[in-house]
Design a protein around this ligand. Structure first.
Ligand SMILES: [Zn+2]
Length: 338
């Protein structure tokens, strides 16, 4: 009898200890997440700039896919470059209502501190140039935000997948790079450009993109702005335009960015992974950023964009693809011997 009572008391004590351990390890996370839902922007993971940042083996864009992700997470070695530029800070964006970033047009959210920069690349994915940009970023163990053109994503989905696998954030930049502020563009056409662009990125990745959008030529019209707000898509302008698309060589891009940056002290930098000179300039530019004491901030979305099924389906139809085209590669092709 006495032994049985002791056993019972022991069991109760064990249960209490297990509950206490769970409470102190698991519950604060949930509390933290709930408490922060009102914030547009939240620092996720502070990392000292000088320290090499371990390469993350998860891929942000695959987070929302319940089935096997097409972009298989790849285990990678930690940063091999002890003097890498790295990522100083990762911020998570609550895109509710479509907040705007980049002081060239939107000055409401001044979240960067002195010497902080965000690297952004438009108009890819493109052969040679995009992989060169990825290599330069990888060599410095740093991360950027990419705004691919929908059409280009359908031309080169395998390159866009490399961007995702490398851990960068991927938004969208319309279907065909149309100026959505042009008089001849109707509201419906603007919506189609936006949604088809996002659906094309989704199709290329096999996973939903971040609800991050940049207007071609930074031309934002009121109707398209309101639409993006209703879709809870964040709008990216920039603080610093590299004007890399009209630079005569890589040196000019480096000089333009560093001169502007030394004046402003911080900012979201607009570049193009589509451009040859940008890819050539990047290794030097990243070194100059490091030497100048600048720190890279990576922007991520709190939740991926839910693309509209009618646009996803129309795209597969337009491209005359097999209906199974959205299946992750791992569910179609499996190595059975080698
Ligand atoms: Zn563009």
């Amino acid at each position: 009898m006495r032994n049985a009572l002791g056993l019972m008391l022991g069991s109760v004590l064990t249960a209490v200890v297990i509950t206490a351990v769970w409470f102190f390890t698991a519950s604060p996370r949930a509390d933290g997440a709930a408490a922060n839902t009102a914030n547009v922007l939240q620092t996720e993971r502070p990392v000292a700039a000088a320290k090499p940042v371990p390469v993350r083996d998860d891929v942000e864009v695959t987070a929302a896919i319940p089935a096997k992700p097409a972009v298989a997470p790849q285990a990678k070695a930690a940063c091999a470059n002890p003097d890498a530029l790295g990522v100083a800070r990762v911020v998570e964006i609550d895109t509710t209502g479509g907040p705007g970033f980049g002081f060239e047009h939107f000055k409401q959210l001044d979240f960067l501190t002195d010497k902080e920069v965000v690297l952004t690349f438009d108009d890819g994915p493109w052969p040679v140039n995009t992989p060169s940009v990825l290599k330069a970023l990888e060599d410095e163990c740093t991360r950027a935000v990419f705004f691919p053109i929908g059409k280009h994503a359908t031309y080169h989905p395998e390159i866009l997948k490399q961007v995702a696998v490398a851990g960068h954030t991927i938004g969208a930049h319309t279907w065909s790079h149309a100026n959505l502020n042009a008089k001849k563009i109707s509201d419906q056409q603007a919506k189609d450009e936006i949604e088809k662009g996002f659906s094309a990125v989704r199709l290329a990745l096999g996973a939903a993109p971040a609800p991050f959008f940049r207007f071609p030529e930074l031309q934002h019209g009121p109707a398209a702005m309101a639409y993006l707000g209703s879709r809870n898509v964040a709008i990216f302008s920039c603080d610093l335009d590299s004007f890399d698309f009209r630079a005569k060589d890589a040196t000019q891009i480096v000089n333009t960015v560093m001169t502007k940056l030394d004046k402003s002290g911080k900012g979201i930098i607009l570049m193009h992974d589509f451009q040859k000179h940008t890819a050539e300039a990047l290794p030097t530019l990243l070194r100059r950023l490091k030497a100048g004491g600048y720190k890279v901030v990576q922007m991520k979305a709190r939740a991926p964009l839910q693309t509209l099924p009618e646009y996803d389906e129309a795209l597969v139809k337009d491209m005359k693809l097999p209906t199974a085209s959205t299946r992750p590669v791992g569910s179609v092709v499996q190595t059975v011997s080698e």
